[in-house]
Design a protein around this ligand. Structure first.
Ligand code: SF4
Length: 369
């Protein structure tokens, strides 16, 4: 079922396989966007051409579909990736760091002690449908419950989105809660993906939040400008720049290959505006757990006008064990980064610890003699 005010994602149109174990090369039909065209169409079209089957992905990336299927086990958190993001993956490379972020590997089925479905204990702080109030002075609003991409390491992959589905008609309890607590200074729009809301609905939501006098800051957590850069429409950028509140747009980018000229181009309207552009990354084994990749990521972000903000230690979430990096290596990497880069390009290494009043900063590893 599609939400009226959010756009939908859909599969790329392909013929269905004849049988599960007989996989033939797919012919992308005429209705389908090419990778190149997906970079220049509008964001709704780019989003609705999301790939959600292995055969199409294999065809687009010149991979052997049978080989791909041997490593993959689909589950309820299905494959979902839009074409502009696929366009930045290397062809014929099963180890591509962007591909590995979206591929539902059999490794997700590993049963690892200590991993939880709700590792961050967000249900405890779910004070109203769609509203999490965990830390002082700030609340998190799940403005939309789906994403244009399913990141395999997502710590919210088991979040009860259905209970937290906020359509405009259901905003009121959350807004009333914020209005009645003047200690709240910041509203964080998260998800899912808040930019799944179209510009009109997002503007209405921003208007509602800005009508609450004690709200000073609005933060938007979004992976959209990375996976579908044209989501930063001129109308959206204008609304953000003209906001009454301070606006921070916190992107989510994990690897330098995610930043290309299209991402940079669409960020241009916000660079040098009063919107603060930050990035948070997740430290992921096999994707970015080496100092060369992390330092190149920081440099690439800075080239695009974005300041690296957080590097998240991986949360112990069921299905993500194969991405987890142990703390000692994470701290070594952070120390090495601090040697290589100016301080403003070194993201703070953090993790969420149950019951703490803020994110916990992991100390840099002590330098060895
Ligand atoms: S975009 Fe963010 S919320 Fe959505 S799947 Fe990826 S990490 Fe999770």
């Amino acid at each position: 079922m599609l939400e009226q005010d959010a756009i939908a994602t859909a599969t790329v149109h392909v013929d269905k396989p004849v049988a599960e174990d007989v996989i033939k090369p797919r012919r992308i039909t005429d209705e389908t966007l090419s990778l190149q065209a997906s970079l220049h169409c509008d964001w709704q079209t780019a989003t609705s051409n999301t790939v959600d089957d292995l055969e199409t992905l294999a065809a687009l990336l010149q991979l052997d579909a049978l080989e791909l299927r041997k490593q993959v086990e689909t589950n309820e958190f299905q494959l979902r990736v839009p074409l502009p993001f696929v366009s930045r993956m290397r062809k014929a490379d099963l180890r591509d760091p962007l591909l590995l972020q979206v591929l539902p590997l059999k490794l997700e089925l590993l049963d690892v002690p200590g991993n939880h479905h709700d590792a961050l204990d967000e249900k405890t702080y779910n004070v109203r449908p769609g509203l999490v109030h965990k830390y002082k002075a700030r609340v998190l609003l799940t403005a939309a419950v789906s994403c244009p991409v399913n990141c395999r390491y997502c710590f919210r992959r088991h979040f009860p989105y259905d209970e937290n589905r906020l359509t405009p008609s259901r905003w009121q309890p959350a807004l009333d809660y914020i209005r009645h607590d003047s200690s709240i200074k910041e509203v964080i729009l998260s998800g899912g993906e808040p930019l799944m809301l179209n510009d009109r609905t997002l503007t209405r939501l921003l208007d509602e939040i800005e009508s609450i006098e004690h709200i000073k800051h609005i933060r938007i957590h979004s992976r959209y400008p990375i996976v579908v850069p044209q989501r930063l429409t001129p109308e959206l950028c204008k609304r953000l720049i003209q906001a009454r509140c301070n606006i921070a747009l916190v992107l989510h980018c994990n690897h330098p290959n995610e930043i290309d000229k299209h991402v940079k181009h669409h960020l241009t309207a916000l660079v040098n505006s009063r919107v603060t552009l930050l990035n948070q990354s997740v430290l992921l084994k096999g994707i970015n757990n080496d100092v060369d990749t992390l330092s190149t990521l920081s440099e690439s972000l800075y080239d695009a006008g974005v300041i690296p903000y957080y590097l998240h230690a991986t949360d112990p979430v069921v299905g993500t064990a194969h991405f987890q990096v142990d703390d000692a290596l994470a701290q070594d990497l952070a120390l090495e980064l601090s040697y290589r880069l100016p301080g403003y390009l070194v993201p703070t290494l953090v993790r969420e610890v149950h019951g703490k009043q803020a994110k916990t900063r992991l100390p840099l590893a002590p330098a060895s003699d």
